[in-house]
Design a protein around this ligand. Sequence first.
Ligand code: UDP
Length: 415
Amino acid sequence: MRIALVSEHASPLATLGGVDAGGQNVHVAALATALGARGHVVDVYTRRDDPDLPDRVPFAPNVTVVPVPAGPAAPVPKDELLPLMGEFADFLAATWTADRPDVVHGHFWMSGLAALDAAERVDLALGGHLPVAQTFHALGVVKRRQQGTKDTSPAERAFLEPGVARRADLVVATCSDEAFELKAFGVPSSRIAVVPCGVDTAHFTPTGPVAPRTDRVRLLTVSRLVPRKGVGNAIEALGLLVRAGVDAELVVVGGAGDADHLETEPETERLRRVIEAEGLQDRVVLAGRKGHDELPAWYRSADVVVCAPWYEPFGIVPLEAMACGRPVIATGVGGLIDTVVEDVTGLHVPARDPEAIAEAVTTMLADPELRRRYGDAGRARATSRYTWRRIAADTTRVYERLAARNQVRLMTGER
Ligand code: UDP
């Protein structure tokens, strides 16, 4: 198949860990690579944020990144991209009319908007129907519910996003929690498929180099430094543990810069205040952004990985920790409900609840055998269910389903 992936802000070429570069970049890059490895030809359309990029950037076997001219060829925050989507769609429509792909897959709501608009124009120009699958990665309705007025998404998202869900030929949800949200938008079950994100189980492994560590019990969080990731709650949990006599530390991997240049993000300042208030200056390490290549060593250095988001559309970090054979404490939200299995690969805790995190850590620290069992089960679960090879196979089935439905549509004249 010839597949067009559209990912307006999350480029496979981006550096991870900054405010707007996280799981979606990993997802799009890995899915494209795995689809390419299956012999499909994949073009990834992402907004041009660098004037020096060529028109087509080879990324992996059979995979090319196409920088789309839309707005300034410079970084633009994702919440300011909506006005540029018309220009983005014009480029897609012209490219696909000249050379029609078999299927389009939009990632994030604005990509869906541009992809559906462009596909409609291709249909008008060429006849037939160019099917569009859509993965949201995050839903505005959930973000608004969680963040209230702090949500900086454009106001139009509230009605445009459900419109994308209803217009797409098929919505690929990444977890069951999202599928329920989509049904509330009025998307029928027949047009929803659940295919999770994956993890590179050859890169994230239990054995290999280990980041330097002390004799202290090490808790680890890996995340962008934004409030909803709950890093503050993990720090508060550490405070409770230390006051209870546990000799523990928390390493926080993530942020817009390296360890010496973290002050650009407001959340870093807030976290520093929490650390100070808890008196944990010598026990919390703000390690800054680490390259994806360095991350397995950090996971391996941890006794327990804490994932404490207030909400999480999917959450690749717990899967990476599981693939590295680490026990995970995860809030029972979004994709973490599906990936982390209670008392099998780790423990679930309620969101925004430092006491519950501290209690779960205490349970795990009391029993090294339990930690080993959770870690082993995590690795087994990651390798059996979440390899990108399997995710690409499942996604291909979704595309085939779309193509087959399109055949029926063409035969019956159904719109
Ligand atoms: N990540 C990274 N370096 C960092 C922090 C994060 O490579 O310093 C990666 C992390 O390994 C994971 C991704 O960024 O692959 C975060 O994905 P997740 O779905 O957990 O969260 P998101 O950032 O998408 O909300």
